[in-house]
Design a protein around this ligand. Structure first.
Ligand SMILES: O=C(NCCCCc1cc2cnccc2s1)c1cc(-c2ccc(F)cc2)cc(O)c1O
Ligand SMILES: [Mg+2]
Length: 214
């Protein structure tokens, strides 16, 4: 039977990356996506911006919405402080199964908690289920029309504190117009746009970094 793109991406990781070496996993995925098949990882160019934000925030608690194959979860996790953890939500169980194996190959199972389900269902349950008070960093990379409602939901559920950072992928392509409008005009956020390109292409895209002011 025909393999899927995530399965072929995992095979490339297992073939080209060194077990227990997260950076070699990141490199193997980027090479696969540049040389063989495009895939919707945040990628190397926007990934460098992600790295600089993670290093600056030095987060103890990270929430990622949209795991896909685990590329950004691995990229974030290898920059976390010793007790730092990331909870990453994925809707598609087949992608989640691939992501678990990519995360395992990187040797980051202890730092990354992968949860399968929809953000709207899980965000209200995170505090009680995972004993999280608030998140220092949230990386939004899931359904583009859920960035805004889920940001409001995180506010309502008390998952954000003064200084929490939201970093949103794809604010230009595919685009999240209602989210940008809200976050750039809300007195409760201070936002900054990092111009870049859609992963592995010359198409414009960017990341929006927003600080929650409480
Ligand atoms: O759709 C994108 N990412 C979201 C997948 C949604 C799955 C989930 C929903 C959900 C709900 N709740 C919890 C967890 C989750 S995970 C996406 C798409 C492109 C793209 C595709 C074609 C194209 F021509 C140009 C850009 C680029 C990107 O970087 C992307 O991130
Ligand atoms: Mg994305």
């Amino acid at each position: 039977t025909q393999s899927t793109r995530p399965q072929r991406l995992l095979a490339a990781v297992q073939k080209n990356a060194t077990r227990g070496d997260p950076r070699s996993v990141v490199l193997a995925i980027d090479q696969f996506c540049r040389q063989k098949e495009w895939a919707m990882n945040v990628g190397d160019e926007k990934g460098c911006i992600l790295d600089s934000v993670v290093s600056e925030v030095n987060p103890g608690a990270v929430l990622e919405l949209g795991t896909y194959c685990g590329y950004s979860a691995v990229r974030i996790a290898c920059l976390l402080p010793p007790h730092g953890k990331i909870i990453t939500l994925e809707f598609n169980p087949d992608n989640a199964a691939i992501a678990r194996q990519v995360i395992a190959w990187a040797g980051l199972e202890e730092k990354i908690q992968l949860v399968v389900g929809a953000s709207g269902d899980w965000i209200p349950k995170i505090k009680e289920q995972f004993g999280v008070k608030t998140f220092d960093l949230v990386f939004l990379d899931h359904w583009k029309d859920r960035y805004l409602p889920d940001t409001k939901l995180m506010e309502e559920c008390g998952l954000l504190r003064e200084g929490s950072i939201l970093l949103a992928d794809n604010v230009i392509c595919p685009g999240t117009p209602d989210y940008l409008e809200y976050i750039r005009n809300s007195p409760r956020y201070k936002s900054q746009y990092f111009k870049s390109h859609l992963e592995y292409t010359k198409v414009e895209d960017g990341l929006e970094k927003s600080v929650f002011l409480g």
